[in-house]
Design a protein around this ligand. Structure first.
Ligand code: BES
Ligand code: ZN
Ligand code: ZN
Length: 499
């Protein structure tokens, strides 16, 4: 889909559908919406007057004017209450627009820039979020559909004022680039688990190489040489041996420090010998969403030219039960030298992440490590599908993450890593055990990782509840959401420009 700017009057713009908007409680529409209303004989204000449309959040009004505007379909979207409106609402608005366009098989959609007029949002920012919304809402995983449905091929943002055009164009290009990277990652997450095993994830990762991005893939031999006891153990039950995928992006000055992005790449999590129940197991194909997200973040950083050295490190394994699989009761010696007693082979994510974090520290000496993982069902119980969980060992980096979260609209809620939680993961026969009992499961998993991050500033994102959606919510269609890529890009962008 092309996302582009059109400078001019939306009344004269020719597309299969034009989109205008209204804040809740507006009696007589102004701006472009007002102009369109007048041109089509007051149909919008009549709908408001008669109570058919109030501009509530998520509300839409579809009109089919005979004359007055060059396009035959007009969609008015409700922006809700002005005080509550944020840039992320602009992204969310794109979903109903694209759903309607799809239903009606429309090829071109043109929209005003929501939020920039009466909403008071900077036009460049508004454009960034609208392009993101369009790219994300236009996405569909239809690889296995025999009959592909038509898609919107062109999304245009119509801007009246020439003065704002440059900013809007810049914002649109920015949002479209992030959207493209996210959709690339979503395809990986949506792939059936038999199609995308550790070798397949590595092959896909190689595609982001080029320009300032270098991708290296390590296998079992290297993992053994580096004594990655966690990665090797979790991968043992699968016919496909583990991979360690490393994607370096050198956007910073030579010699400037690395930011390491470590992402969980379990291409399928059966639970291993601690087998999961059958119900819902198919969803465990998204247990590599953290890994895909980190690769997508590097792809986006390169597309945007972020001035920072960034390395994505993705331990990729398939957690399978077999005669060769690791067992509950086994004790592993991790790359860091710490020993871990395995109590459940289903708590595999922390084992591979621990080795990847150690690798990141030894190889790159990063000034910050961020990790993203579909790590615990406990995090889903605690926070649901509304926000990811966030934990860390450095108040400054956590604060910067909170700011990036607010700016990007991708929610991250902090859970505490109080020292007292350590008791829960102490083993009688080894340094640590890989589960901490029924209490505070998201936190004990985070604490386990903290033991490996050590002194390096580190933030852990548990995305188990938000990487995949069952039902449409918060402007996301069912399926892979691409979370936490927007949050990461915002964080890196701020770091990269010193802003
Ligand atoms: N991949 C799962 C966590 C998960 C659960 C992700 C639901 C997405 C949705 C993880 O490997 C796992 O199985 N965790 C266990 C840990 C337990 C054995 C301590 C869990 O959360 O039940
Ligand atoms: Zn598991
Ligand atoms: Zn898992």
């Amino acid at each position: 889909m092309k996302i582009e700017l059109a400078v001019g009057d939306i009344r004269k713009h020719r597309a299969d559908m034009i989109v205008v908007n209204l804040f809740e409680g507006t009696k007589s529409p102004g701006g472009s919406t007002g102009a369109v209303d007048k041109a089509i004989g007051g149909a919008i204000s009549a709908a408001i007057r008669d109570g058919d449309f109030q501009g509530k959040w998520g509300e839409t009004l579809f009109l089919r004017p005979e004359k007055g505007v060059a396009s035959h379909r007009v969609l008015v979207v409700g922006l809700g209450k002005k005080e509550k409106f944020t840039p992320d609402h602009i992204r969310q608005l794109a979903l109903p627009v694209f759903q309607l366009a799809k239903k009606k098989k429309l090829a071109t959609v043109a929209s005003v820039l929501h939020g920039a007029g009466a909403g008071g949002i900077d036009p460049e920012e508004a454009a960034r979020f609208l392009a993101l919304g369009a790219a994300l809402s236009g996405y569909e995983y239809d690889r296995y559909k025999s009959e592909k449905e038509g898609r919107v091929s062109r999304f245009q943002v119509v801007e009246r004022e020439k003065a704002a055009a440059r900013k809007v164009a810049r914002g649109l290009a920015h949002g479209a680039k992030i959207g493209e990277a996210i959709n690339w990652g979503r395809d990986l997450v949506a792939s059936p688990p038999g199609d995308l095993r550790p070798d397949g994830l590595a092959r896909a990762a190689r595609k982001i190489a080029g320009g300032k991005v270098r991708v290296k893939v390590y296998g079992r031999k290297e993992a053994e040489a580096w004594k990655m006891g966690g990665l090797i153990a979790v991968g043992k039950g699968s016919e496909v041996s583990p991979r360690l995928i490393v994607a370096e992006y050198r956007g910073g000055r030579p010699g400037s420090p690395w930011t390491a992005l470590v992402g969980k790449g379990v291409t399928f999590d059966t639970g291993g010998i601690s087998l999961k129940k059958w119900e819902g197991m198919e969803k465990m194909k998204y247990d590599m969403a953290g890994g895909a997200g980190m690769l997508a973040a590097v792809r986006a950083a390169a597309a945007l030219g972020i001035r920072r050295n960034i390395v994505a490190i993705v331990p990729a394994v398939e957690n399978m039960p077999s005669g060769a699989a690791y067992r509950p009761g086994d004790v592993l010696r991790m790359m860091s030298g710490k020993t871990v007693e395995v109590l459940s082979t289903d708590a595999e994510g922390r084992l591979i992440l621990a080795d990847a974090i150690t690798f990141a520290k030894k190889r790159y000496r990063p000034d910050v490590i961020l990790d993203a993982a579909t790590l615990t069902g406990s995090c889903v119980v605690a926070l649901g599908s509304v926000t990811m969980g966030m934990m860390g060992n450095d108040a400054k980096v956590l604060a910067r993450m909170r700011e990036a979260s607010a700016a990007s609209g991708e929610r991250a809620w902090e859970l505490p890593l109080h020292e007292e939680y350590l008791e829960q993961i102490k083993s009688d026969i080894a340094d640590l055990k890989n589960i901490g009992g029924p209490e505070a499961g998201a936190i004990t998993a985070g604490y386990f990782l903290k033991e490996f991050a050590g002194e390096t500033p580190w933030v852990h994102l548990d995305i188990a509840g938000v990487a995949w959606r069952e039902k449409e919510k918060m402007g996301y269609a069912p399926g892979p959401t691409g979370v936490p890529v927007r949050l990461l890009v915002e964080f890196l962008r701020r770091e990269g420009t010193g802003a």
